[in-house]
Design a protein around this ligand. Structure first.
Ligand SMILES: Cc1cc2nc3c(=O)[nH]c(=O)nc-3n(C[C@H](O)[C@H](O)[C@H](O)COP(=O)(O)OP(=O)(O)OC[C@H]3O[C@@H](n4cnc5c(N)ncnc54)[C@H](O)[C@@H]3O)c2cc1C
Length: 417
């Protein structure tokens, strides 16, 4: 940490104080203080950046082990970015290449998530999903998905005929479909709150309105500088740093000195917008209805999702963007309708209403190859203790608990836990 970052600050010795005392004192102190001298600095064992569902799941897995765990979040509460702006689907693990982290963590994560929801009373429904071939030409790609899903270990997959599809989804038009009975929907907000409460109860210190602004390797791990609501910086030392910063994970890796272009860590945000189906037509499906996925797996195709209140949304589309903006463009209704009418021919433009948007933290550049999750201890880059989680797009919500447990095992392997 360069000392000029703290030119005016008072120095206080906080040796031996638990992390939460430090930050409570920081928050209450009317004037800037510094928790830092080069020789004496507060030390914590594990710091996690980002209180999305993934960072929280890591905090939950790593807390209660006798180590100090601190979670930093720049927003005033948990899950304010991608974790609360998604389709809330518990995926079965169909789409992802065999032996990829996405496939493995999705299949394991889905089983864990259903158990977790049951045990901790998080609302969910295993409503099932059909991936529909709109025409005979699309059938081979849907059968390919079936084989892929079976290889990945997704449970209960079955190809169904047109008449079986009609029985399940009378309003949906298609020639055959892949049925995934194990796909479900979840209340992501309640999931986030539940994991947050469990991490807190196991002694994790959660610091909202706290942004990591600099990161420097030191003999004891990393010196982290953070800002709160004011302009002041505070610094502390951590043995391990878990980067779960979602759309900003490349920026955090860069703070650690990694060349993100060379490492393939640059994030190319891909926006996904949703439209809601109004009125009675919004009750037209019983489960989740998907078309075949888009070329290059940029998205899963504009699909029909239901939330737990029973209302139905179309989306998300997939467009590379250069800014983080969650507005929905009403002008997209025509394109949405064109895609949706292949499966739900009775829809008209008047039935659609702009809803919400989320942004995928993709590391797949425009036109580039499909990329897997990056979950990596960076010791071979000379950054012992830094674990990067980058490109955690879908199925990140489904996989969150499995990711938490994978990160825990990386920490254990490195004797950091
Ligand atoms: C349109 C869309 C639909 C999706 N649908 C599904 C689905 O149906 N099923 C599924 O399994 N997955 C789905 N996903 C993926 C899923 O939502 C994500 O994988 C998951 O939410 C990622 O969680 P996260 O914790 O990694 O990231 P985030 O939720 O983005 O959390 C990262 C956090 O880090 C914080 N942060 C960033 N920088 C800093 C800093 N410097 N200091 C402190 N804090 C910082 C941010 O404020 C943020 O809160 C979808 C995603 C999108 C965009």
């Amino acid at each position: 940490m360069r000392s000029e970052v703290f030119p005016y600050y008072y120095r206080v010795l906080l040796l031996g104080k638990p992390a939460k005392d430090l930050f409570v004192s920081v928050l209450l102190f009317p004037r800037p203080i510094c928790c830092y001298t080069p020789e004496v600095m507060l030390e914590v064992d594990i710091t996690i950046v980002g209180a999305g569902v993934v960072g929280l799941a890591v905090a939950h897995a790593a807390s209660g082990t006798g180590k100090t765990v601190v979670l930093l979040e720049k927003e005033p509460g948990p899950g304010r970015e991608t974790s609360s702006r998604n389709s809330e689907v518990i995926h079965a693990g169909i789409y992802y290449p065999r032996d990829s982290l996405k496939a493995h963590l999705c299949v394991e994560g889905s089983a864990r998530l259903y158990d977790f929801c049951t045990e901790h009373r998080v609302p969910f429904q295993r409503i099932g999903k059909v991936i529909v071939a709109a025409t005979r030409e699309e059938e081979p790609s849907i059968e390919g998905l079936y084989r892929q899903g079976v290889e990945n270990g997704a449970c209960g997959l079955k190809m169904i005929s047109r008449s079986e599809l009609k029985l399940r989804e009378p309003q949906v038009s298609g020639t055959c479909a892949l049925l995934s009975p194990d796909t479900g929907i979840i209340d992501s907000h309640q999931l986030i709150r539940r994991i947050e409460a469990l991490a807190l109860s196991k002694g994790c210190t959660l610091l909202y309105n706290t942004r990591l602004t600099s990161l420097e390797p030191s003999p004891k791990g990393f010196v982290c500088a953070v800002t709160g609501l004011g302009p002041e910086h505070y610094a502390f030392c951590t043995r391990a740093l878990i980067n779960a910063a979602g759309l900003h994970a490349d920026a955090i890796a860069s703070l650690a000195g990694i060349d993100i272009a060379e490492a393939g860590y640059r994030i190319f945000p891909v926006k996904g917008q949703y439209f809601r189906i109004r009125g009675r037509k919004g009750r037209a499906v019983n489960g989740l209805v998907y078309p075949g996925p888009e070329k290059g797996l940029t998205g899963l195709g504009i699909h029909v999702t239901k939330d737990l209140s029973g209302s139905v949304r179309l989306g998300p589309d997939a467009r590379y963007v250069t800014e983080i903006c969650y507005d929905v463009d009403p002008g997209r209704a025509t394109d949405f309708l064109k895609s949706a009418r292949r499966l739900l021919p009775f829809l008209t433009e008047d039935d659609l209403m702009p809803d919400m948007a989320g942004i995928r933290p993709k590391i797949q550049p425009p036109g580039g190859d499909v990329r897997d999750f990056v979950i990596r201890h960076e010791h071979d880059r000379g950054l012992f203790g830094l674990i990067n989680l980058i490109g955690i797009e879908s199925p990140g919500l489904t996989s969150c608990l499995a990711i938490g447990s994978l990160v825990k095992s990386l920490l254990l392997d490195a004797c950091l836990l």
